[in-house]
Every structure is written in structure tokens, then in C-alpha cells.
Design a protein. Structure first.
Length: 367
């Protein structure tokens, strides 16, 4: 953690669990102006880690027979997803990003269109939308009217937040409550999480760090976006949590205590998915698979929102867990062609993850 801080991250904190032992640590500052130190128990906007919670809530509805994973989404939301697309896109395709539905983010944040290549990107949309209250339906419409990202049900997927906003509307249709209420009742409370919640309004309750967005060097010095209306992501990425809760959640999920063993097996069937940064990830139903040479297979998710990054991974046997948060994101400055370039933070974080996941400095780096 000291190496990550020295490389340029203001604050980093996390928790590692192994065979009944728990280590918590933090390094750096939560506020670069006051020097307030970062602490291991601080709350964090955990971004797309929210997707595992949403997927688990959908799986619990499937276990009750209220929804079929291979049923067309148009059977449940005919007005939102009408016509041929509603007939071809299934619930499973939304969960594993093989729906072919495009992400709405470039349309909700037009000044960011083109990321991660950044020659024409500017931070204007970040400030314009700080207190904007989006309706899920308008974001979904942006994604549905955009050019398709691919054919429904293809062998590979394209990561899209639109999929998970649709799953949020599906949960509302099935339960008669908001998606946030359903996920809280069926997943967060079931897991016994005490510091995990969907925010109400733009502020985070409880002790937390400021969250600094660099936007590939376009915001210099990085700007604090810890105060932000999270309606732009909702059940796709809005959760606030702590590292202890994340480890507890993924531990219980992989132990079959949140969804059934058969549901967990479904969640762990992966396809290659192109992530928002252009990389390819192994993605199941709301779960990412990470393979480490010599250290085993890990399951979990990573998440970023403006100014905050979080990674939570649990080894397949549940024996070792890692949850790490940073309060600076998109630190890689772009070259003259607009492509983000390597930064010392990259190697420092890789070293931290290696030790946290594998237990030693000499362990091979995760793939």
C-alpha cells in the first residue's frame, strides 16, 4: 500500500482475509488539502461491484420461479424493450453482457465520448451532471437507440451499463418495489452487511474519503467528485460499501449462502466480454473470473466511478479474499495520439494485488 501511495495515489485502503485471519490497512490521505488520513474502514463508492448484488437479486427471483433466465426480456418489459429486440434478448444476455445493447454512458456524458482514447474528450459532462437526476427510462432509451454493440447471444459480449438498468426495471416489475429495495432486502440484509447501501442524494453517509478524478490527465490537479448524484448508474454501479462488507458478501456468495449452489454455478459460466477500457474479461452472470498462475482462480468484480476505484476478489475455495480501494482513478495520461500511457501506479497496484491475493512478494502477477 505504501508503494501505491508513493506512486501517486493519495489514499489506498483494504482488507485481506486468509484462513480465518484478517488484515486491514490504509496508507495516505483522504483529503489532499487538509491531510486527513485515509482509514481502512472508510466507506467507498464501489461502482460496478454493484452488478454482482443486482445479479444475485435476479437469481433469487429465478429460484422462486418468477423469472426465467432464458426468457425474452420483452415478456416482462414489452414497453421498454419492444419488437424483435425484446423477443431476442434474454435475461441471461443482460446478466452476462451478450445482449448487444449499447452502453448509454457516451450519450449521458457526451463530452466523454471516445474514451479511453481521449483526443476529443473533455471533463465538461462530469460537472454538468454532478447534481442531475436521471430517470432510468431515459438512460435505457439512450442505450436502446444507439447503434447496437453486437448481435444478441453472440459468443462474446460487450460490457454495457444499460443491461443492468434493465435488470433493475425487471426487479421492480417482479417485486412491486424499487430495485434498490429488492436488492437491499434479498441480498444486502441476507448477507448481514451493516455498512452497504444505495445512497439517497449526492452525499455519502459516514466516514469516507474524497474521490479524485484525473480523467487521463485532463483534470490536473485531479478534482474531487465524492459528492455526486448516482442516478446515472443506479443498480448498475451506485452502491456505497466498506471493504469488510465486500469480503463478507463475496465469501457468503461463493459459499452458497446468498443464492443456491445451482444458481452460483450459472453465475460462474463465463464468456469473453470487452470491457469499457477495451480489455477482455471473463464474465459470468454479474461475476468476473480472474486466474492467477500458481495462486488459483478468484471470483468477484471491480468497479470505478468518478474518482474512486475498488476491486474485490475471493478465491474459488473461499480461503483467501482481497478488497482494495483507491481514491484516484484514470491516472494514465494520454500521449499525442490520445492513448493512455503506463504509469508507476499500474505496477504498484499490481504488486499490491499480487501480495494480497497470493500471500508473497515473489508470487506471479495475476493475469
Amino acid at each position: 500500500m505504501h508503494g501505491v501511495h508513493e506512486a501517486g495515489v493519495p489514499g489506498v485502503f483494504g482488507e485481506v482475509r486468509d484462513a480465518g485471519r484478517t488484515w486491514r490497512g490504509a496508507c495516505g490521505v483522504a483529503d489532499v488539502t487538509t491531510g486527513r488520513p485515509v482509514e481502512s474502514g472508510m466507506r467507498q463508492r464501489v461502482g460496478s461491484i454493484t452488478k454482482t448484488f443486482t445479479a444475485a437479486a435476479v437469481m433469487r427471483q429465478a429460484e422462486r420461479g418468477r423469472v426465467g433466465l432464458d426468457a425474452p426480456i420483452g415478456d416482462y418489459l414489452p414497453r421498454l424493450v419492444p419488437g424483435e429486440r425484446g423477443r431476442r434478448v434474454t435475461v441471461r444476455m443482460l446478466l452476462n453482457h451478450t445482449s448487444g445493447i449499447s452502453d448509454y454512458l457516451p450519450y449521458a456524458f457526451p463530452s466523454l465520448r471516445g474514451m479511453p482514447a481521449v483526443p476529443d474528450v473533455s471533463p465538461g459532462s462530469l460537472d454538468d451532471n454532478r447534481f442531475r437526476r436521471f430517470r432510468p427510462a431515459e438512460l435505457i432509451e439512450m442505450g436502446l437507440t444507439a447503434p447496437p454493440a453486437g448481435e444478441p447471444g453472440g459468443p462474446a459480449g460487450v460490457y454495457s451499463n444499460t443491461n443492468y438498468l434493465l435488470l433493475g426495471r425487471l426487479l421492480e416489475h417482479l417485486t412491486g418495489t424499487t430495485a434498490e429495495e429488492c436488492i437491499t432486502r434479498d441480498v444486502i440484509e441476507r448477507a448481514g452487511l451493516r455498512h452497504t447501501e444505495f445512497p439517497v442524494g449526492p452525499h455519502i453517509k459516514g466516514p469516507h474519503s474524497r474521490m479524485y478524478e484525473a480523467l487521463y490527465g485532463l483534470i490536473d490537479p485531479p478534482r474531487d467528485y465524492s459528492v455526486y448524484d448516482m442516478s446515472w448508474v443506479g443498480p448498475a454501479a451506485a452502491l456505497v460499501s466498506v471493504m469488510e462488507d465486500l469480503n463478507r458478501f463475496y465469501g457468503k456468495l461463493l459459499a452458497g449462502e446468498i443464492v443456491s449452489r445451482s444458481s452460483l454455478e450459472q453465475m460462474q459460466r463465463t464468456v469473453p466480454v470487452r470491457a469499457l477500457d477495451g480489455s477482455t474479461i471473463d464474465y459470468g452472470l454479474g461475476l468476473q473470473k480472474v486466474t492467477t498462475p500458481g495462486c488459483g482462480t478468484f471470483w468477484g468484480h471491480e468497479g470505478t466511478v468518478w474518482g474512486a476505484g475498488t476491486t474485490s476478489l475471493t478465491r474459488a475455495d473461499g480461503g483467501r479474499q482481497m478488497s482494495v480501494a483507491v481514491n484516484l482513478i484514470r491516472w494514465n495520461k494520454a500521449d499525442s495520439s490520445g492513448r493512455p500511457q503506463p504509469h508507476p501506479i499500474d505496477g504498484a497496484l499490481s504488486s499490491l494485488y499480487r501480495q494480497a491475493m497470493c500471500g508473497g512478494q515473489d508470487a506471479p502477477a495475476p493475469a
